[in-house]
Write a protein that binds this ligand. Sequence first.
Ligand SMILES: Nc1ncnc2c1ncn2[C@@H]1O[C@H](COP(=O)(O)OP(=O)(O)OP(=O)(O)O)[C@@H](O)[C@H]1O
Length: 493
Amino acid sequence: MGVQQGSRWVDPAPLEVARPRLPWWTMLPGWVKLVISPVVLTWLAIWILAKIVRLCWYYPVTVTVLVGAVWLDWWAGHYVVGALVSVVVVGLVVWWWRAADSYSRRCRWLRTEIRRASIYAWDWRTVMRLANLTGTAKGREYRPKLKRVRSEGWRDRVRVRMIKGQAPEQWTARASGLAHSFHANSCRVRVVGPGRIDLDLIHSDPLTATFPLPAMAVDESSVDLKRVTIGRTETGKPWRICLVGNQILVVGVQGAGKASILWSVVWALAPLIKAGVVRLYGIDPKGGMELGQCPDIFHKVVFDNGPDAVALLEELAGEVRERAGTYRGIRRRWTRDSGEPFTLLIVDELADVIAYQSDKKLKERAQAAVQTITSQGRAPGFATLALVQDPRKEIVPFRNVFTTRIAMRLDEATQVDMVLGDGVRERGAEAHEISELTPGVAWAKEDGKREPLRARAFYPTDDNLTELRAYINGWTAEVLPFRGPAGEGGAAA
Ligand SMILES: Nc1ncnc2c1ncn2[C@@H]1O[C@H](COP(=O)(O)OP(=O)(O)OP(=O)(O)O)[C@@H](O)[C@H]1O
């Protein structure tokens, strides 16, 4: 005999006749059916109402327009409705054609509803089954529920209620298949609450344009060391990093744009550096190729990885210990009114200082000093911004003391795990896939936050660095009279 599974019939054995089995309630006596019919009808009415409410919730504009059109049709006739629809459609096409940006900004709801109906709701059941994301228990199929969809142009955010017993990791493992099924370039899985996840289906990269440095902060009160803006995130928000109580490691191959993070941080801090609230120390083992562009904004700067660099590190490590000692029992952590400057150590190519050092003794001293600064500098107001190309353990053995880790373009997937930690790449942080054409793009992961963040640092130009230097040193551009050979007037800065 055929066996019913849900609403489907399983083929009977050969020669066996498939006999549909009638639902149990059809066998009930007539009077029982009569008695329970009001309950059944009420339940049916509630169910239909719930479906209508659900439809209005997910497609509010479509439902409103349809209801409006039906009412107008009844009130004014078919021709009026036809003319109005034509005008609206032509208007939308012209708007999209002439001002695509404002169209996609203002008509996001339209795009959302169209994409929800035509891509996600349309294929949801099939994709879930084929991707093995459904489950069966007691002959009943359980399916993840498609909830709210939000189309933002470059990505669609699709909220999903998982089925019971399911883990976000099961979705992460199928992210690539989901991206292909829903016509996206990639898919990231974010947990938004118990049993609920967001699928970010990405269609294009919003970080292809470079971001110039913003105007310099007008005064020191407008700079917050806990929220230093160094670029833009892919959602268009400011990319902020916290310097107080934080140690930052930036990893990226040559040309990944590490220096743009460095200068964006210094640019944002400029008023504080000028006012003496922030003191910069720098080590640039590449002979000053990077920090040598603004050497005089540093309290101290060394352009090699030899004894001078190690002496500077040891001096700072000593200060860390000393300041921590003076805080003991008096204050818990550095604040602006503690009177001492906040100290930021910038090391361009950390590996040169702590790993590629030929003198073993110097190497050990440098490692010990950097470890002291990074592990104990948190409370007494010492932060480190270390840039490195190679994240291997042999190069940076104490990666875990850096509380914010930034992965720029990397060579291999395994390096992403080394920088950002296990499991972060699976959540979408594919730093090894950052394009060579987008230097400055990075994935950042802060300790204590589950989700990594994708962003692009500001692009500092040579002129910006000249301005930075002049501002911090208090130089003013003086306009001098220019006398050409013929005695003509001119101007030069
Ligand atoms: N944020 C950015 N936006 C746009 N372009 C950038 C950005 N940062 C860097 N670039 C471009 O990428 C090039 C390489 O950048 P940069 O020298 O900063 O890389 P790096 O990682 O510091 O390299 P290295 O390890 O050799 O010092 C720069 O010449 C610049 O043109």
